[in-house]
Design a protein. Structure first.
Length: 136
Protein backbone atom coordinates (compact mmCIF):
# COMPACT_ATOMS: atom_id res chain seq x y z
CA UNK A 1 0.00 0.00 0.00
CA UNK A 2 2.97 2.30 0.61
CA UNK A 3 4.01 1.93 -3.03
CA UNK A 4 0.60 2.97 -4.38
CA UNK A 5 0.61 6.07 -2.12
CA UNK A 6 4.03 7.13 -3.37
CA UNK A 7 2.99 6.46 -6.95
CA UNK A 8 -0.16 8.55 -6.62
CA UNK A 9 1.78 11.47 -5.12
CA UNK A 10 4.50 11.24 -7.77
CA UNK A 11 1.86 11.59 -10.50
CA UNK A 12 0.26 14.66 -8.88
CA UNK A 13 -2.88 12.76 -8.02
CA UNK A 14 -4.74 13.15 -4.78
CA UNK A 15 -4.56 10.08 -2.61
CA UNK A 16 -8.18 9.33 -1.85
CA UNK A 17 -9.79 6.26 -0.35
CA UNK A 18 -10.99 5.30 -3.84
CA UNK A 19 -7.68 5.88 -5.64
CA UNK A 20 -5.75 3.96 -2.97
CA UNK A 21 -8.23 1.07 -3.03
CA UNK A 22 -8.34 0.79 -6.84
CA UNK A 23 -4.56 1.00 -7.16
CA UNK A 24 -4.08 -1.67 -4.50
CA UNK A 25 -6.69 -3.94 -6.12
CA UNK A 26 -5.04 -3.71 -9.53
CA UNK A 27 -1.53 -4.14 -8.09
CA UNK A 28 -2.53 -7.33 -6.30
CA UNK A 29 -4.60 -8.84 -9.12
CA UNK A 30 -3.03 -11.64 -11.12
CA UNK A 31 -5.32 -11.00 -14.08
CA UNK A 32 -6.85 -8.03 -15.87
CA UNK A 33 -10.11 -6.78 -14.36
CA UNK A 34 -13.26 -5.19 -15.75
CA UNK A 35 -15.02 -2.29 -14.04
CA UNK A 36 -17.53 -4.83 -12.70
CA UNK A 37 -14.67 -6.88 -11.20
CA UNK A 38 -13.12 -3.78 -9.62
CA UNK A 39 -16.51 -2.65 -8.28
CA UNK A 40 -17.08 -6.08 -6.69
CA UNK A 41 -13.69 -5.92 -4.96
CA UNK A 42 -14.40 -2.38 -3.78
CA UNK A 43 -17.77 -3.45 -2.39
CA UNK A 44 -16.06 -6.19 -0.37
CA UNK A 45 -13.89 -3.45 1.15
CA UNK A 46 -16.92 -1.29 1.92
CA UNK A 47 -16.07 1.25 -0.78
CA UNK A 48 -19.04 2.11 -3.01
CA UNK A 49 -18.12 4.78 -5.58
CA UNK A 50 -20.50 5.98 -8.23
CA UNK A 51 -19.68 4.61 -11.66
CA UNK A 52 -18.64 7.98 -13.09
CA UNK A 53 -16.04 8.51 -10.35
CA UNK A 54 -14.59 5.07 -10.93
CA UNK A 55 -14.37 5.56 -14.71
CA UNK A 56 -12.76 9.00 -14.27
CA UNK A 57 -10.21 7.58 -11.84
CA UNK A 58 -9.32 4.70 -14.17
CA UNK A 59 -8.98 7.15 -17.06
CA UNK A 60 -6.63 9.34 -15.01
CA UNK A 61 -4.58 6.34 -13.86
CA UNK A 62 -4.28 5.26 -17.50
CA UNK A 63 -3.27 8.75 -18.60
CA UNK A 64 -0.55 8.72 -15.91
CA UNK A 65 0.67 5.30 -17.12
CA UNK A 66 -0.18 3.60 -13.83
CA UNK A 67 -2.89 1.43 -15.39
CA UNK A 68 -3.23 -0.13 -18.81
CA UNK A 69 -6.64 -0.47 -20.40
CA UNK A 70 -7.46 -2.70 -23.34
CA UNK A 71 -10.51 -4.09 -25.08
CA UNK A 72 -10.52 -7.70 -26.15
CA UNK A 73 -14.08 -8.63 -26.97
CA UNK A 74 -17.45 -6.95 -27.41
CA UNK A 75 -16.39 -3.55 -26.08
CA UNK A 76 -15.55 -4.77 -22.56
CA UNK A 77 -12.54 -2.87 -21.25
CA UNK A 78 -10.08 -4.65 -18.99
CA UNK A 79 -7.70 -2.84 -16.66
CA UNK A 80 -4.43 -3.94 -15.12
CA UNK A 81 -1.55 -2.40 -13.21
CA UNK A 82 1.03 -1.12 -15.73
CA UNK A 83 3.56 -3.85 -16.55
CA UNK A 84 6.13 -4.50 -19.26
CA UNK A 85 4.47 -5.38 -22.60
CA UNK A 86 2.92 -8.84 -22.52
CA UNK A 87 0.09 -10.77 -24.13
CA UNK A 88 -3.24 -12.06 -22.88
CA UNK A 89 -5.00 -15.37 -23.26
CA UNK A 90 -8.72 -14.92 -23.93
CA UNK A 91 -10.90 -17.97 -23.33
CA UNK A 92 -13.40 -18.44 -26.14
CA UNK A 93 -15.72 -20.39 -23.86
CA UNK A 94 -15.95 -18.50 -20.55
CA UNK A 95 -14.40 -15.18 -21.80
CA UNK A 96 -11.87 -15.08 -18.95
CA UNK A 97 -8.69 -13.11 -19.62
CA UNK A 98 -5.31 -14.00 -18.15
CA UNK A 99 -1.83 -12.57 -18.59
CA UNK A 100 0.79 -14.48 -20.52
CA UNK A 101 3.96 -14.26 -18.45
CA UNK A 102 6.32 -14.38 -21.42
CA UNK A 103 7.36 -10.91 -22.58
CA UNK A 104 6.61 -9.71 -26.09
CA UNK A 105 9.84 -9.80 -28.13
CA UNK A 106 11.57 -6.41 -27.98
CA UNK A 107 12.43 -6.56 -31.67
CA UNK A 108 8.79 -6.43 -32.78
CA UNK A 109 8.42 -2.66 -32.48
CA UNK A 110 11.76 -2.10 -34.21
CA UNK A 111 10.82 -4.49 -37.04
CA UNK A 112 7.47 -2.80 -37.52
CA UNK A 113 9.18 0.60 -37.67
CA UNK A 114 11.73 -0.58 -40.22
CA UNK A 115 9.58 -2.85 -42.39
CA UNK A 116 6.37 -0.84 -42.47
CA UNK A 117 7.61 2.73 -42.02
CA UNK A 118 5.31 3.08 -39.03
CA UNK A 119 5.61 4.50 -35.53
CA UNK A 120 3.91 2.05 -33.17
CA UNK A 121 3.45 3.18 -29.59
CA UNK A 122 2.60 -0.13 -27.95
CA UNK A 123 1.69 -3.72 -28.70
CA UNK A 124 -1.55 -5.35 -27.64
CA UNK A 125 -1.41 -9.09 -28.16
CA UNK A 126 -4.31 -11.42 -27.47
CA UNK A 127 -4.31 -15.14 -28.08
CA UNK A 128 -7.69 -16.83 -28.22
CA UNK A 129 -8.25 -20.39 -27.08
CA UNK A 130 -9.52 -22.29 -24.07
CA UNK A 131 -8.39 -21.67 -20.49
CA UNK A 132 -7.34 -24.56 -18.24
CA UNK A 133 -10.75 -24.65 -16.57
CA UNK A 134 -12.64 -24.94 -19.87
CA UNK A 135 -10.19 -27.46 -21.33
CA UNK A 136 -10.83 -29.99 -18.60
Amino acid sequence: MLFCGLLLRSQSMYKTKLSSAVTAILESSEKPMTVADINAELAQQGVTPNKTSLYRLLEKLEKNHQVEAFQIAEGVTHYEHAKPPHGHLVCQSCTSVSCIDAPIPEGWLRQIQQNHDASPTHISLSIKGLCAKCTS
